[in-house]
Each structure stands twice: as structure tokens, then as C-alpha cells.
Design a protein around this ligand. Structure first.
Ligand SMILES: Cc1cn([C@H]2C[C@H](O)[C@@H](COP(=O)(O)OP(=O)(O)OP(=O)(O)O)O2)c(=O)[nH]c1=O
Length: 233
């Protein structure tokens, strides 16, 4: 009988402890939520934001995060012997941001990016000529390729960089289809000579990863990075 009573008391204590723990967790959550609401928005934290890019896609994508950036394209030299697309894009993004930074004061947040296409062997930037575009597109036809975008965030001395990769599966394209696409003019300002967001979409069988990344700016990752960057300032 005593044993039964002991067990009942133990159960009662367990329940009380559990209720106390639940109340504590509830309070912690409420406090966290209160603190989150007190925080300034990212736009308020970074009122001076410069996008070091002339890419119309990047401007529109950054606006989706609620920013109204000052646009200042970089004149940085983009030639590099780097063979790793992730390292190359991050390096170029940093060079672009750094080159533009000297035109602004130290309280300006700079964002820059660089996008390339990788076919597993070669890194493809923007085509220089139509023949260049033809060579790129006929090489990519019917295969998988990877779009890499390197991003750099710079604020005074502090910097952060990362690279995001999106996988793109393409259908086979005929010679005529490639030529017609090139004649549309669409490929000439795009890495790999194609844009998944335009008429080329008819050849895009599938995409794995962030679509925005393929267009030039991985805004989901950028948003999280900016939140972390602000905490670390
Ligand atoms: C693969 C791919 C690339 N692109 C674009 C994104 C980039 O703008 C471009 C790659 O060129 P980048 O050299 O990365 O950028 P950019 O010259 O356009 O602009 P800036 O250097 O001033 O920032 O290719 C698409 O729009 N869609 C796609 O599917």
C-alpha cells in the first residue's frame, strides 16, 4: 500500500515539474517574441544600402527584401584564373563590393554578387560574341549544369561572403532553336548564355535549389545572412 502511495506521489511531482517546465518555456517564447518585435527592421538597421551591380535582375530581387538600394555598378576587373566556381564567384563579388565601397561612407552597407554557369568542367561567364553564345548553348544542350552565385556583404571593415548553387536540367536544343534564341538577344548579358526566367524557360526541364540564385541573387540565403551580419556588428 505504501509503495502505491509513493508511486502516486511521484507521479504528482512529475506532473507538477512538467507543468513548471512548460510554463517556463512559454515565458521564454513570449520574451523572445517580444524582443523580436522590438528589433528594428533590416531596412531600418541599414538605411544606406548600395547594390554594387548593374544587373537589372539583382536590383529587382533586392527590392523583394524591402530595400530601395542605391545602384552603383562596379568597374572591377573580372578576369581571374580561379578554376573553382564557388571560390571564383565569391572572390569577384568581393572585388565588386570593395571597388564600389570607396565611393561611399563607412556606414554604407554594400552588396555585390557574381554569377557563373559550370558545366562540370568549364566555367561559363557572359558570352562575348554570338558565336561564343552558340558554343556555350550547344555544349549545355540536353545536359545538367550548375549556376553559382557568390555574394559579398561589406560594411566598413566587416565582410561576409557565401556562394549558393542551383542545379539546372536542360532539354536537347536543335541548331535552329539555339540560333533563334541567340537572335532574340536574350543570352548576351547572361552567364552561360541563357536566362531561366525568359524565353529560354522552354528548355528548362527542371531546377533544384533557389530559382532566384540562378537569376543572380539568392535572396533567401541573403536575408538570413543579413540578419546574422547585423547581430555580429
Ligand atoms: C544563368 C543565368 C544568369 N543570369 C544573369 C545574372 C547576372 O546578371 C548575369 C551574370 O553576370 P554577372 O557578371 O554575375 O553580373 P552582371 O554583369 O549582370 O552585373 P554586375 O557585375 O554589375 O553585378 O547572368 C540570369 O539572369 N538568368 C540565368 O538563368
Amino acid at each position: 500500500m505504501d509503495k502505491e502511495m509513493d508511486m502516486e506521489m511521484d507521479k504528482e511531482m512529475d506532473r507538477e515539474e512538467l507543468e513548471e517546465l512548460e510554463a517556463l518555456l512559454r515565458k521564454k517564447k513570449e520574451k523572445e517574441s517580444e524582443e523580436e518585435w522590438k528589433k528594428p527592421s533590416l531596412q531600418e538597421s541599414f538605411p544606406k544600402l548600395v547594390l554594387a551591380s548593374g544587373s537589372p535582375r539583382r536590383i529587382e530581387l533586392l527590392k523583394l527584401l524591402g530595400f530601395s538600394p542605391t545602384v552603383y555598378p562596379s568597374g572591377a576587373d573580372e578576369s581571374s584564373a580561379e578554376k573553382d566556381p564557388a571560390l571564383l564567384t565569391q572572390r569577384l563579388a568581393f572585388l565588386k563590393a570593395e571597388e564600389v565601397q570607396r565611393h561611399f561612407d563607412s556606414e554604407t552597407l554594400l552588396i555585390a554578387a557574381d554569377t557563373v554557369v559550370f558545366d562540370g568542367e568549364k566555367i561559363l561567364g557572359k558570352p562575348k560574341t554570338e558565336e561564343d553564345a552558340y558554343a556555350m548553348l550547344s555544349g549545355l544542350s540536353g545536359k545538367v549544369n550548375w549556376v553559382y552565385t557568390g555574394v559579398c556583404i561589406l560594411y566598413g571593415e566587416k565582410k561576409m561572403g557565401f556562394c549558393e548553387k542551383t542545379t539546372v536540367y536542360l532539354s536537347k536544343m536543335s541548331d535552329r532553336e539555339i540560333r533563334e534564341y541567340i537572335a532574340s538577344g536574350d543570352p548576351m548579358d547572361k552567364a552561360g548564355a541563357y536566362g531561366v526566367q525568359g524565353p529560354f524557360a522552354r528548355f528548362v526541364k527542371g531546377i533544384e535549389g533557389d530559382f532566384c540564385n540562378a537569376i543572380g541573387l539568392p535572396i533567401a540565403r541573403l536575408y538570413q545572412a543579413l540578419k546574422r551580419f547585423r547581430e555580429e556588428l
